[in-house]
Design a binder for this molecule. Sequence first.
Ligand code: SAM
Length: 348
Amino acid sequence: MKDLIDKLEKNQILTKEEFVKLIENRTPEAADYLFEKARAVRHKYYSKDIYLRGLIEFTNYCKNDCYYCGIRKSNKNAIRYRLTKEQILECCKIGYELGFRTYVLQGGEDPFFTDNNLIEIIREIKQNYPDCAVTLSIGEKSYRSYKAYFKAGADRYLLRHETASEEHYNKIHPKELSLSNRKQCLRNLKEIGYQVGSGFMVGSPYQTTENLVEDLLFIKELNPEMVGIGPFIPHHDTPFKEFKGDNGELTLFMIGIIRLMIPNVLLPSTTALGTIDPNGREKGILSGANVVMPNLSPVNVRDKYLLYDNKICTGDESAECRHCMENRMNKIGYDVVVSRGDIKPKTI
Ligand code: SAM
């Protein structure tokens, strides 16, 4: 195992077979070795800094029907909401005072928000907070729309590819959605000039080790600035409610691998990790992650943006989340910094 981890550390890509071997034969000792190397690389680029992203979940309406997601259109039990432009700007104001310098506007694919609406929101945020980055996470759009948001000032875009295997993609999505379009969107975003984030769920239904390896190889090829990975967690009102969601250990191992594979990448320790383990976000950082995304959404909508069951931080004010995060990071020897948190250039 150590030889494969050393190979990754030397920035050599593993073959499919080697990745499968590394993942399937992992042991707690191998994981410790991987995490030690991953931390060393992370410290080289980002020292002990933790970058903050303020997550604003501005709509839970969605026209899509992904089988795993709690806000899928067929979930009639979801209580739907949308934030107004004024509410979004209020979240930004609170966030700015709390030291956030990146806002992530995330939502379901909600046609109520036209391109013009979104452009107005992006422009206003950038006008009020020119020192902040705006990240969008609003799904699959046309090249024209992506270009228009970019021109309005959006800096970054998060669009997890979810799984790089066509066969697996079709098992967890309805037929209206396709992996080829998702991948094309990612290429379009790159071409336009966004800092792009892709990623996938670990342990999603029907996922095999080979699928995970395909995810790694796709990410290596795409070479995104950010990679968001988190454990799949079932939601009680979805077709996948009976599937298991205990994928924390494997998620951490994948974080370690991705840190070695793309040394300077921005890698969040996700809320989903914190949901399945009270110390999940700390463990994510200690496995090589360098970003956390506390919630800036108004408290009265938090429990309505329920992608999966038992999501944490649904009752806390933004200030509480921010300070709780700072304490958690300090306890493991890391420092939350006031910064846009852009990617550092690769040095090797
Ligand atoms: N609509 C946008 C999109 O498609 O990219 C952004 C919102 S979407 C809800 C954000 C992410 O939530 C997805 O990329 C997916 O990986 C994750 N997600 C959804 N359901 C999940 C579940 N049951 N467990 C873990 N993650 C989930």
